[in-house]
Design a protein around this ligand. Structure first.
Ligand code: FE2
Ligand code: FE2
Length: 225
């Protein structure tokens, strides 16, 4: 069972100590879920300043009343992490959540399906935003490739993905056991090919063009989205 730290009833001054204490006690590869009643951005700044390369920060629910973040201690402490490694890790993480969702749909466990799909949706939307607003403009600027380049294709595929995200959410909330699985199959087909292209072409090429400081800047900005 995932460790959960709900700080909503704690005194604000005690919260950060408790959170950093929990993080320090994690073994490499372990994580916990932080539940808070406001956007924990100041906390993220502190993590980035003190533990960059040592942690992952994955938003599972982003307000307006509740914020849930998975905070993980990375297996390797690597402040020089690449954009490829960071975004690939997110692809894998999202795949795991999506599998939880499809399993729940198959079992007609609609509460679990809706919960998992919301985590998947928020995660993928943030991931796409990080690519489109942070990574792609840098790639375009460094390579001079705009229209007709790989980022243009990726942006188009993102549109199809975003539409399917909304469709699946609707179908899941309506407990539609025909539409939910069929739209899910469609998104898997697009994502499998899309992620492969990013992981084999776009991300590694970006890493090649970017300086070390620019890579960590991409990761930090993506975490802050
Ligand atoms: Fe993408
Ligand atoms: Fe991606």
């Amino acid at each position: 069972m995932e460790q959960v730290l709900d700080v909503r009833d704690m005194m604000p001054k005690d919260r950060h100590t408790k959170i950093f204490g929990t993080f320090t006690n994690l073994k490499p590869g372990e994580s916990f879920i932080l539940i808070n009643d406001h956007d924990p951005k100041p906390l993220l700044y502190q993590f980035q300043a003190e533990y960059y390369g040592k942690f992952d920060w994955w938003m599972l629910e982003q307000g307006p009343q509740v914020w849930r973040v998975m905070i993980a201690k990375r297996k390797i402490d690597d402040p020089k992490r690449t954009v490829t490694e960071f975004l690939q890790t997110d692809h894998k993480r999202l795949d795991t959540i999506f599998n939880r969702f499809t399993k729940a749909v198959k079992e007609k466990n609609w509460d679990e399906a809706s919960h998992s799909f919301r985590e998947f949706r928020i995660g993928l939307k943030r991931h796409i935003k990080a690519e489109e607003d942070i990574l792609f403009p840098l790639f375009e600027q460094k390579t001079g490739m705009h229209e007709g380049g790989p980022t243009a294709v990726m942006r188009m595929e993102h549109q199809d993905i975003q539409e399917l995200l909304d469709k699946i959410l609707q179908a899941t909330d309506a407990k539609d056991d025909i539409q939910a699985p069929s739209a899910s199959n469609r998104i898997v087909n697009i994502l499998t090919d899309h992620n492969m292209k990013e992981e084999h072409i776009l991300y590694p090429e970006s890493d090649e063009f970017l300086l070390e400081a620019e890579r960590s800047d991409v990761v930090k900005k993506a975490q802050l989205i």
